[in-house]
Design a protein around this ligand. Structure first.
Ligand code: UDP
Length: 314
């Protein structure tokens, strides 16, 4: 079996490459490294079943030989990244999705789109089931990501319905773990970096907004199961344990053993007030639910961040 994984040098993409290699697949990893990092896949480069190609998937993707699965994970995914790269974010969601679907069609391969809980925008329904259409501001700063992914979902369903491509869509909620970039601007890397460097922890708004954090190994297991399920409509994957950002900051600070103060900064535009997945569908369809609790997941991630931090200071 051979998979093409776009964004394969990113946080989730690289964990997916690891999983596919461990399952005995051949992997062609495509990444233009604008937010992905080559160190995420350095350990795979000499593997006989792993191949890396630096490529921007918004351009035509030429792959020789058979392909059994195309997994489209390429996209800036942290708010700071996609605000810095708005056009690239829109293009990879639109053109990149079109090209990868075209590749799947040409190779008669199955297809999985990495979509996002951002499709729900700033939701008026909590927890969010897949049937909720969302509450998205198309022209706000986050619109570049939200609408790109909503377009990507529409495009994926169109290729499924009109061209018969065997597609899957996963709506990924906040996920954390080793290989997140310490400087990607998201809450967890920021808090850890601030605690490790003795700077105040920046909580945006009053910190009462919520998120639900899923450990990466749980997410990858869910994706692996979805790859093999017969479901074409979106499936939420995430951890339903909801926590306020203020409490999250306090947990991270305690775990680092730091006593830096927590300071409040303005809430970014259109920052969702609540986010929590309804995973009823994943439970039923995939017999899946997260297994790693926040405490354990944070410990593992912190160990990774400490290594990254030491490395960056050398
Ligand atoms: N956040 C924060 N301080 C930071 C970074 C993020 O309070 O230094 C907040 C952010 O406003 C949001 C939540 O933490 O409410 C999660 O943000 P993140 O960037 O991790 O991802 P999002 O869930 O917004 O995509």
């Amino acid at each position: 079996m051979r998979a093409v994984i776009t964004g394969g040098a990113g946080f989730l993409g690289s964990h997916l490459c690891d999983r596919m290699i461990a399952e005995g697949w051949e992997v062609l990893c495509l990444d233009n490294l604008i937010t992905g990092v080559d160190s995420n896949i350095a350990h795979l480069l000499d593997h006989p079943r792993f191949q890396f190609r630096r490529q921007d998937v918004t351009h035509y993707i030429d792959v020789s030989g058979p392909v059994d699965y195309v997994l489209h994970f390429a996209s800036p995914a942290s708010p700071v990244d996609y605000l810095k790269l708005p056009i690239q974010t829109l293009k990879v969601g639109a053109l990149g999705t079109h090209n990868t679907l075209g590749l799947a069609l040409a190779k008669k391969a199955k297809y999985l789109l990495a979509s996002t809980s951002e499709c729900y925008g700033d939701p008026e329904v909590t927890p969010q089931p897949e049937s909720y259409w969302g509450h998205v501001n198309p022209i706000g700063p986050r619109g570049v990501y939200d609408e790109a992914k909503r377009f990507a979902e529409a495009m994926t369903m169109a290729y499924h319905r009109a061209r018969g491509v065997d597609t899957r869509i996963v709506r990924i909620f906040n996920t954390y773990g080793p290989r997140m970039r310490l400087n990607d601007g998201r809450a967890l890397p920021n808090f850890v970096h601030q605690a490790l460097t003795g700077q105040p922890i920046t909580v945006y708004g009053d910190g009462r907004q919520t998120r639900s954090f899923c450990y990466v190994s749980d997410l990858i297991e869910g994706i692996w199961r979805l790859m093999h399920a017969d479901e074409h409509e979106p499936v939420n994957l995430g951890n339903p344990q909801e926590i306020t950002i203020l409490e999250f900051a306090e947990r991270v600070r305690a775990l680092t053993g730091s006593n830096v103060p927590i300071v409040f900064r303005p809430l970014p535009h259109d920052d969702p007030k609540r986010r929590c997945p309804d995973i009823t569908k994943a439970r039923r369809l995939l017999q899946w639910e997260p297994k790693v609790g926040l405490e354990e997941g944070l410990r593992q991630t912190l160990a990774h961040f400490r290594r990254q931090f030491e490395h960056s200071r050398r």
